[in-house]
Write a protein that binds this ligand. Sequence first.
Ligand code: PLP
Length: 379
Amino acid sequence: MINFNVPPYTGKEIEYIREAVENQKICGDGPFTRKCSEWIEDRTGTAKALLTTSCTHATELAALLLDIKPGDEVIMPSYTFVSTADAFVLRGATPVFVDIRPDTMNIDETLIEDAVTDRTRAIVPVHYAGVGCEMDVILDVASRHGLAVVEDAAQGVMATYKGRALGAIGDFGCYSFHETKNFSSGEGGALLMRDASYVDRAEIFREKGTDRSKYYRGQVDKYRWQDYGSSYLPSDMNAAYLYAQLEMAEEITGTRIARWNQYYELLTPLRDRELVELPHVPDECVHNGHMFYLKCRDMDERTALIDYLKSGGVLSVFHYIPLHTAPAGVKYGRFNGEDRYTTGESERLLRLPMYYTLSADEVEYVCDKVKEFYGFGQL
Ligand SMILES: *Cc1c(COP(=O)(O)O)cnc(C)c1O
């Protein structure tokens, strides 16, 4: 059986967790948390990175820092994970969904401006599959209308747009270290801030509304309740687990990209005969091998392919149910413009197994099965 996902594991995680335990410093913001933050800051050039308990919580922090209020509007794609919208709905804002581009499944940057109203506060591009959105256009719309940009870069760690790290381009960037992502601590995330002036407030929101972060650094002699807040910092044991993977980020990414390229090559004959469509990576983008998907003709064909692969011992899965069609999306959000691609493309998309320890032989086997399904070539 070839699983759809196997969480990354490098071998050093246990040693680092033992070290964290022996440090007797296992709550948040210990030595491993610092190492992870520094790694992110060095790699991405962001002014400040704070580890969080999830990408969802990083996005909530961004919404708090932007002082998002009831009645505010936030522009985002409908083809995304619930957290992109949830973090803003929790503050009373309305997600305003915009259609995607069929080639990358990212928000269509040319449709954003039409969705801007006098209540719009932010744009939230989602870098689907670790392929960057058209950020220059998005930043331009944002600056002309005085809007913040919060990147949902949950899938974008180690990927770039015009040489800039995803997550470090907008005002805020949100990473996920959930076990389904390229680097994992089981559950985890990070908030990246381009402007260091947000750091003080972010630290207070993240530490239950207190200035405990300053206290730990010896900058104040006691910590006190300063503002509202919550608890968004992970234990140092989680950070220890994550750090073992960040140290091997080049190798993990390189392996994933090799498997991605192999899928692409082996399935190109099917694409050339217009049996399936394959992902598109714009020239400005370097992706991170987060996901390999193909698009079937329609949903029925996709269902049949999922079943066929399953009977051959391969687990493949579809992805997001567009948020504007889900109960909470209907209740809290609205779709601006026409749903030309969001629903139709999401119904055709199928994700194939992709993880660090997936072997080249396994990719070949999966591709053979896909080709068999389409009656392509004699095996
Ligand atoms: C995984 C994911 C999230 C949520 O990440 P968590 O760390 O589980 O909160 C949000 N947005 C996108 C696009 C994701 O892929």
